[in-house]
Design a binder for this molecule. Structure first.
Ligand SMILES: Cc1ncc(COP(=O)(O)O)c(C=O)c1O
Length: 482
């Protein structure tokens, strides 16, 4: 995708110069030749090991702590495979916690990056911008507005900053209300405000608590069954909301809905549960804000609110991660007054050219729906977990609260070995790294192994190869490896 500008300008001539684009095609082809050399998981290369060790030491020194994984890439990969700077090759089932959804060395991404290189400046902001930031927001709104009233997109550089804009929009609309409702175990980002709303004790350590947050439980089928069914669970949570409402009448500004919990454990909700809560918000003039920073693009619809069929309720929605640039979207009614939202940067040109390419890729035929490509990948992932459990039943004991041994939706995939024990699940992730799979954990107990794979470039047959590595890793944990 070529950067956009007005026709007839010098810039138009530059951006559409045929000789430049022919050179780009040569570069894309050349990158493809290197990329094609990466075909399977590989051990680190002995000769590079010393240099790599030094890189890790330097990286740890500059950060003030060792890297969580010795994960520095060499700059080339092939689809879901990535070469690390020690010469090893791994299945990247984490993609920088959900960022590189188009995989590694994807020709469309390389081309979009080259297009971005032509522009006169790297960064764009609210006072001077290229048109790519506009077309990026326009694409998001085009897709979001199919089934919602979302009308505007304010672009920014990180998920936490998009959430900061969202909360300001909600506060201003419902001033002087300042309280916030959220789900237990939610995650919102690392800014001072978001760290207070995110339900993690470690994330709030030493942070002044200036934001008043009340929590209600996220949907959990095991919990609903124990209560006597979905209706009982809905009644219980609505009862909690009614108590908050009578205790703080007129003081609640927004309910933040993380529609599929990410860090909280790849927990999928129940549409009736969400609908009852959103109806409550609407009846009491509480903004419904969907934090789709992790869910965007990954469920069985581009937006998780569409997956649940709840677009009509959404007042504010934030997206990030795979979008490269992040955005706060809101309805006409929530469009804030001038002066509330701004900032030096909206993002870099490359964020917008790659973000636009990503959105177009997502929108191409066949990805979404209950039988779409992303759903099929999820089904194959679950099938691989079942095969592993059938072979090693002792690795998969009954785990209360986990709703089965595998879960999530679309490109948010989790499985629960070793009863969801934190230490063993973390060990499993570390061993998986050594065996050739980059993955991570999630949840607050039970803990799960989580994968955020680059679905547009994954092949169905890749899954068996990924799980061969996982089997070796889990085998080492089961055998007592530290
Ligand atoms: C649901 C959710 N909201 C917000 C964020 C924060 O995004 P960022 O890390 O880009 O600030 C994240 C990041 O993991 C997230 O998962």
């Amino acid at each position: 995708m070529t950067s956009s500008t007005t026709t007839g300008t010098v810039g138009d001539g530059l951006l559409h110069d045929e000789s430049i684009h022919a050179a780009f095609d040569t570069i894309v082809e050349k990158v493809g030749e290197y990329s094609a050399q990466i075909t399977d998981v590989r051990e680190p290369t002995a000769e590079i090991a010393t240099d790599f060790k030094q890189m890790l030491t330097d990286a740890g020194k500059i950060k003030g702590r060792p890297l969580m994984y010795p994960s520095i890439s060499s700059g080339v990969g092939n689809g879901a495979l990535v070469e690390m700077a020690d010469g090893s090759v791994k299945w990247d089932m984490l993609i920088g916690i959900g960022v590189h959804f188009m995989g590694h060395s994807n020709p469309k991404v390389i081309k979009a990056q080259l297009d971005a290189a032509l522009l006169d400046t790297t960064k764009h902001g609210n006072l001077q911008t290229s048109y790519d930031a506009v077309t990026f927001g326009e694409r998001l709104i085009d897709h979001a507005s199919k089934n919602s009233r979302l009308a505007h997109a304010f672009i920014t550089t990180s998920g936490a900053m998009a959430n900061e804009s969202a909360i300001k929009v909600c506060y201003q609309k419902h001033a002087p209300a300042t309280r916030v409702l959220a789900f237990e175990n939610c995650f919102m980002g690392r800014s001072v405000t978001m760290a207070q709303i995110g339900d993690s004790a470690a994330g709030r350590q030493g942070i002044p608590l200036s934001t008043q947050v009340d929590y209600v439980p996220f949907w959990n089928k095991d919990r609903a069954d124990a209560m006597g069914g979905a209706t009982k669970f809905i009644d219980y949570t609505i009862g909690r909301l009614e108590r908050y409402q009578s205790r703080y009448a007129g003081q609640i500004s927004t309910f933040i809905f993380e529609l599929v919990q990410g860090e909280g454990g790849f927990n999928v909700s129940n549409p009736d549960y969400l609908k009852a809560l959103m109806e409550f918000c609407r009846a009491h003039r509480i903004a419904v804000w969907a934090d789709e920073i992790q869910t965007f693009g990954r469920t069985e619809q581009m937006f998780a609110f569409d997956y649940y069929g709840l677009g009509d309720f959404i007042d504010v929605c934030t997206v990030g991660k795979m979008t490269q640039a992040c955005a706060t979207m809101y309805t006409e009614e929530y469009n804030p007054k001038g002066g509330l939202l701004s900032g030096t940067f909206t993002g870099a040109t490359v964020d917008f050219t790659v973000g636009n390419a990503l959105i177009d890729e997502l929108a191409s035929e066949g990805n979404y729906g209950p039988d779409g490509k992303f759903a099929q990948h999820h089904a194959e992932f679950c099938r691989q977990v079942d095969l592993l459990a059938a072979k090693h039943p002792d690795w998969f004991p009954e785990t209360p609260g986990s709703e089965g041994i595998s879960g999530g939706v679309g490109g948010m995939m989790r499985f629960t070995p070793f009863g969801g024990d934190k230490k063993k699940v973390m060990q499993a992730c570390r061993k998986a790294y050594d065996e050739g799979v980059i993955c991570f954990y999630c949840g607050h107990g039970p803990f799960h192994v989580r994968m955020l794979p680059p679905l547009p470039v994954m092949k169905m047959e890749d899954w068996a190869r990924v799980f061969e590595c996982m089997e070796r890793a889990l085998g080492k944990v089961a055998a007592g490896a530290s």
